[in-house]
Design a protein around this ligand. Structure first.
Ligand code: NAD
Length: 294
């Protein structure tokens, strides 16, 4: 079993760290939201009060942080992972960040004697709690092979998709499909309700046909009930749409549906829904149609 330093015990990191501890790994956690420590300790892990204490004996370091400034700060900063982890340790960054930051972290790691994988995940809070995440991994194939027990403990599908940064590009594609699907499900609900049809029953049928998806499986009931506790915050999806539109610009490709979806998610933030789940795109579509809360 492996000694793991785990940094960032939020909505996703907290259940992931618990799965690793329950699988028998020695998990030492550090996070800013210290309320997460009770769960880690209850599941057999240990909480500490600094990055240094979390990583000083680690064979594997895991980060699950909001965005690239936090990852760069935690990993490259003065009191950070590369300053304190034992040389040769392997960093798995599960955060969703821009590909160029993943590449920069991997290059800095190589110079400092560390192996690095970018390994963003999909599956949401439910997937993290159930340990069935999909994980898209960029970096060296041998490094990927060396840490499959970690992926096994938190995920169901994990695939090495290419060099450093490739995991983030696949994750951008994932977020494009997820954001666009939420927008369409929201429009489907508004359409059915506007014509007096029970949207709950309607989505039950859709879920069993070609339109079926994990989003319909996991979220149709909460959307129809207008329950929008996160989950995955609109603020984070807005960050991801920025990664997608930047990547499209860099690749010189036109992605019109991505642009529209990015704009709808930006509208969600502008309307004050940034801290709600991304399924709150339904509120944006309702507001567009004058059907929102008065
Ligand atoms: P979150 O805000 O719930 O968790 C982030 C955690 O990082 C918090 O616990 C915070 O305390 C910690 N943190 C921030 N800065 C820190 C620092 N300097 N030192 C130590 N800890 C620090 O976010 P989340 O929803 O768990 O998302 C984490 C990442 O996973 C994001 O990149 C997100 O895009 C991605 N993601 C989220 C979901 C989801 O459904 N929530 C799904 C897939 C991917």
């Amino acid at each position: 079993m492996t000694r793991i330093g785990f940094i960032g015990l939020g909505i996703m990191g907290s259940p992931m760290a618990s799965h690793l501890a329950k699988a028998g790994h020695e998990v030492v956690g550090y996070t800013l939201n210290t309320d997460a420590y009770a769960r880690l300790e209850g599941d057999g892990g240990r909480a500490v009060d600094s990055i240094e204490a979390a990583v000083k004996d680690a064979e594997i370091v895991i980060t699950m942080l909001p965005n690239h400034p936090q990852v760069e700060d935690v990993v490259l900063g003065e009191g950070g992972v590369f300053a304190h982890a034992p040389k040769g340790a392997l960093l798995i960054d599960f955060s969703t960040i821009r590909p160029e930051s993943s590449i920069a972290v991997a290059e800095a790691g190589a110079k400092a004697g560390f192996r690095v994988l970018d390994a963003p995940v999909s599956g949401g809070q439910g997937g993290a709690e159930e340990g069935v995440l999909s994980i898209m991994v960029g970096g060296d194939a041998d490094d990927f092979a060396a840490v499959t027990p970690v992926f096994e403990a938190v995920g169901k599908t994990y695939i090495h998709v290419g060099a450093h940064g490739a995991g983030q590009i696949v994750k951008a594609a994932n977020q494009l499909v997820v954001g666009g699907t939420y927008a369409l499900v929201a429009e489907a609900i508004v359409l059915m309700e506007a014509l007096g049809v029970d949207a709950g029953k309607g989505l039950d049928v859709l879920a069993g046909g070609l339109a079926g998806s994990t989003i319909l499986e996991r979220k149709r009931k909460s959307m129809v009930a207008r329950e929008f506790a996160p989950g995955f915050r609109i603020d984070l999806h807005h960050k991801d749409m920025g990664i997608i539109t930047d990547a499209a610009k860099q690749a010189d490709v036109s992605l019109p549906t991505a642009a529209l979806t990015a704009s709808l998610i930006a509208a969600g933030r502008a309307q004050g829904y940034g801290s709600l789940d991304h399924s709150a795109l339904l509120k944006v579509i309702e507001n567009l149609n004058g059907r929102g809360e008065k």
